[in-house]
Design a protein around this ligand. Structure first.
Ligand code: ADP
Length: 169
């Protein structure tokens, strides 16, 4: 089975086949990890994103990586947390699964995820970490063509949550 690995740091520094962007529905850039990815990738990324006509929550779209040290960026739109009764968990699971599916379709063998929805979109970090790990594990049980799947935690709180959950999974 593909190894899941935990990293603490800045996702834009990783040399993998693809990194995942926690974007918004416009795909035209934003704050947080989205802003960081666009800053490093350069204006050509925004130009390609403009051709994609946005992205629905829970879905994913792919672009090249431009000045990032990756071949591809997989853009996904996490759900905004509105209390948990609006299918937020299902939509977040969809993000992870649809990114992995798109990665397989593009022969991506190593992919790195940020902690989707846990910033501006306010998804509770503990529930989000559980969903991220479970969705990835479920997907990898079915399709196992990856060398590595990374979870990249920028903040200490997410990092220690993932550390605990991955050591138990
Ligand atoms: P969302 O709108 O999906 O909540 P954010 O970008 O606000 O997206 O936050 C998602 C996660 O990305 C947060 O946990 C935040 O700490 C993290 N993050 C912010 N910048 C970076 C970065 N450069 N590399 C990796 N993760 C990052």
């Amino acid at each position: 089975m593909a190894k899941i690995e935990l990293i603490q740091g800045d996702i834009t520094k990783l040399e993998v086949d693809a990194i995942v962007n926690a974007a918004n529905k416009t795909l035209l850039g934003g704050g947080g990890v989205d802003g960081a990815i666009h800053r490093v990738a350069g204006p050509e990324l925004l130009a390609e994103c403009k051709t994609l006509n946005g992205c629905e929550t829970g879905e994913a779209k792919i672009t090249k990586g431009y000045k990032l040290p990756v071949k591809y960026v997989v853009h996904t739109v996490g759900p905004v947390w509105h209390g948990g009764n609006n299918n937020e968990p299902g939509l977040l699971a969809g993000c992870y699964k649809n990114c992995l599916k798109l990665a397989i379709d593009n022969d991506i063998r190593s992919i790195a995820f940020p902690n989707i929805s846990t910033g501006v979109y306010r998804f509770p970090k503990e529930i989000a970490a559980q969903i991220a790990i479970e969705s990835a594990n479920e997907f990898l049980k079915q399709i196992n063509k990856f060398d590595k799947v990374y979870f990249v935690c920028f903040d200490e709180e997410n990092f220690s949550l993932y550390q605990k959950k991955l050591s138990n999974s």
